[in-house]
Design a protein around this ligand. Structure first.
Ligand SMILES: C[S@@+](CC[C@H](N)C(=O)[O-])C[C@H]1O[C@@H](n2cnc3c(N)ncnc32)[C@H](O)[C@@H]1O
Length: 476
C-alpha cells in the first residue's frame, strides 16, 4: 500500500478485504458530508465566473427503500442492533426538526464507520471531522461502533477569523468544527506535539520555560501561539484548489504526525481534493484515498504530481470506477454522460466545468478549462486558458466549428475537443488551422485529443500546463 486512489463509494472498498486487509491501516481521517442539506459546487475562478459551476458533491439525504432494507438487516443482527436503535431515535426526532434525512445520514455513516474499524490496526486511531449539524449524533454512532472506552478527545477546531455577513448574525457566531478522536482499542500510537514557546514566554513564577514547548490541547487554533486557520477563510492561499470544504494541510499534518508512525498507512475514505493524502505524502507516510467522484480523484492525482518530485502519474495507483481502457471509457460515456465529462476533466487536470445534471446546455459548450502558461521572452508568467469540450459519442463537423466560436465567445486562447479516436478525423478535418506561439513552440488553436491518448497519459499540445513545484514541466 503506497499511493492508492479509489474512485468509489468507500463502503465498497472497505468491504473488500483484498483492497484493505484486516488491521492494515494506522490512521483514518474522514471528513464526510455533514448532512448540511447542501449542494457543493466547484466555483470556477478567474474571468469565467459567470458560467455555471459544476456539482462537486451533494450533501442532501433522503430516506429510501434501500435504507429501510438496511435498517431491517441491522435490527436482525445482534452486533448492529444498537446502531439500528440510534437510527430509530433519529427517525423519532422528525417532529422536533431532525427527520428522516438525519436518520438516513446516520444509518449510512454508521455502516461505513463500522467497516472502518475492521481495517484499523489494533493501536490505530480514527479522527472524524464534523460540525454541529450532526456531531452530537455522530458521537453516539462512534461510541456504538468503536466503544465508549475508546473515545479519546473531542477536538474543537476554531475555523478562524470571521468577517462580512457572518458577523451580522444575531446570536453567537459559529466558528468551529468538531473532530472526534477514537482509538481502536487500548492505547493508540501517539507522538505528542508541542507548539514552540512564543517570544518572551515565561512560566507563571516568572522563570524561563525548560520544556519542549506548549503541549497541544484539544482546542486548536484558539490562541495566538497556535495558528491553524482554515484556508477557506483566506482570500488568497497557494493551497486553495477551489474544492468546496477543502481542509487545511497544517491541520492534517498535525493529526498525521501525532497518530501515524513514520512508516505507517493513512486512509481517508472521503478524500475530496486530497488534503489528507497530500499531507501524508509530505510527511513520508503511505496513503490510500477514496472518493466517490472520479473528478475528485483525478484532481488529487494532478495535485500530488504537481506538488512532489517523487510522485508521478505512474506511481499513483488509480482504482475503482475509473475507465482503464477504451471499452470501459465508452461504457461510462454511455451510462453517464456527466460522470464521463467529470472523469475526463479530472484526469487531464482541467480546472472547472459548468455542466450540472438537469441543466442541459447551461455550460454553453464548456465542459472544463485548462490553465496553461506560455513561455514569454520577458519571463513574466501569465495564465491563459483552453476550453475543453468532451464528447462521449459522435462528433459532428458543426460541433468542431462551434468549439472555435466558443473560444472566441469566452475570449480564450485555445480549444480542446476530447473524443474517441474514431472521430479524430472529423475534428482534424473541421478544425481551424490557426495557431498561436510562445518561446518554446507553435500550437493549434483548436486541437483534438483522443480518449485513447488520455488513457495513455499522452500530453496535450499546449504550452506549460501542470508544473512540478520546482518548475519542471510535466511530461505526462
Ligand atoms: C467534505 S468533502 C471532503 C473534503 C476533504 N477533506 C478535502 O480537504 O478536500 C466530502 C467528500 O466525500 C465524498 N463522498 C461523499 N460520499 C462518499 C462515499 N459514499 N464514498 C466516498 N466518498 C464520498 C464527496 O465526493 C466529497 O468529495
Amino acid at each position: 500500500m503506497n499511493r492508492i486512489l479509489y474512485a468509489s463509494d468507500c463502503l465498497d472498498v472497505l468491504h473488500d478485504r483484498e483492497a484493505l486487509p484486516d488491521e492494515s491501516v494506522d490512521l483514518i481521517y474522514l471528513d464526510p458530508p455533514f448532512n448540511s442539506n447542501s449542494q457543493y459546487n466547484l466555483p470556477f475562478k478567474g474571468k469565467y465566473k459567470s458560467a455555471r459551476a459544476v456539482e462537486a458533491f451533494s450533501d442532501t439525504w433522503t430516506w429510501t427503500d434501500k435504507d429501510t432494507e438496511l435498517l431491517h438487516e441491522l435490527e436482525s443482527d445482534p452486533r448492529t442492533r444498537s446502531l439500528a436503535n440510534i437510527v430509530r431515535f433519529a427517525q423519532s426526532t422528525e417532529q422536533t426538526g431532525g427527520g428522516t434525512s438525519l436518520a438516513s445520514y446516520l444509518l449510512n455513516m454508521g455502516i461505513r464507520l463500522g467497516a472502518m474499524r475492521r481495517v484499523l490496526k489494533r493501536n490505530g486511531s480514527i479522527y472524524l471531522h464534523c460540525d454541529p449539524t450532526a456531531s452530537h449524533y455522530l458521537k453516539l454512532v462512534m461510541d456504538d461502533r468503536f466503544g465508549r472506552k475508546n473515545f479519546r478527545n473531542e477536538i474543537v477546531w476554531r475555523i478562524g477569523w470571521v468577517s462580512g455577513f457572518k458577523t451580522q448574525k444575531k446570536g453567537w457566531i459559529r466558528n468551529h468544527d468538531t473532530i472526534l478522536y477514537y482509538a481502536k482499542e487500548g492505547i493508540p500510537y501517539f507522538d505528542k506535539e508541542y507548539i514552540p514557546y512564543p517570544n518572551g514566554y515565561k512560566r507563571r513564577d516568572g522563570s524561563l520555560p525548560k520544556g519542549k514547548g506548549i503541549p497541544i490541547e484539544d482546542t486548536w487554533n484558539c490562541s495566538r501561539a497556535d495558528i491553524l486557520d482554515s484556508i477557506m477563510i483566506k482570500s488568497f492561499s497557494t493551497e486553495k484548489m477551489g474544492y468546496p470544504t477543502q481542509k487545511t494541510q497544517a491541520l492534517l499534518e498535525r493529526i498525521i504526525k501525532a497518530s501515524c508512525p513514520p512508516d505507517g498507512v493513512v486512509l481517508d475514505p472521503f478524500c475530496g481534493c486530497g488534503t489528507t493524502v497530500h499531507a501524508a505524502e509530505s510527511l513520508d507516510r503511505r496513503w490510500v484515498g477514496i472518493d466517490i467522484s472520479s473528478f475528485a480523484t483525478g484532481l488529487v492525482r494532478d495535485r500530488l504530481v504537481r506538488a512532489f518530485d517523487q510522485v508521478t502519474k505512474e506511481n499513483v495507483q488509480m482504482r475503482g470506477n475509473i475507465p482503464k481502457d477504451p471499452p470501459s471509457a465508452r461504457a461510462l460515456a454511455q451510462r453517464d454522460k456527466f460522470e464521463f465529462e467529470k472523469w475526463v476533466c479530472g484526469h487531464i487536470g482541467a480546472e472547472g466545468m459548468f455542466h450540472n445534471p438537469g441543466t442541459p446546455g447551461a455550460d454553453g459548450g464548456v465542459d472544463g478549462v485548462m490553465k496553461f502558461f506560455p513561455v514569454r521572452p520577458d519571463k513574466k508568467w501569465r495564465a491563459e486558458y483552453a476550453i475543453v469540450q468532451v464528447k462521449g459519442g459522435h462528433v459532428t463537423p458543426d460541433a468542431v466549428r462551434a468549439l472555435r466560436e466558443t473560444v472566441d465567445r469566452f475570449d480564450v486562447t485555445a480549444g480542446v475537443m476530447v473524443c474517441f479516436d474514431q472521430y479524430m478525423s472529423t475534428v482534424d478535418n473541421q478544425r481551424s488551422r490557426e495557431t498561436f506561439s510562445d518561446a518554446l513552440g507553435t500550437y493549434p488553436v483548436i486541437q483534438g485529443y483522443s480518449v485513447e491518448n488520455l488513457l495513455a497519459d499522452a500530453p496535450l499540445n499546449l504550452p506549460l500546463y501542470g508544473f512540478k513545484r520546482q518548475g519542471a514541466l510535466l511530461t505526462a
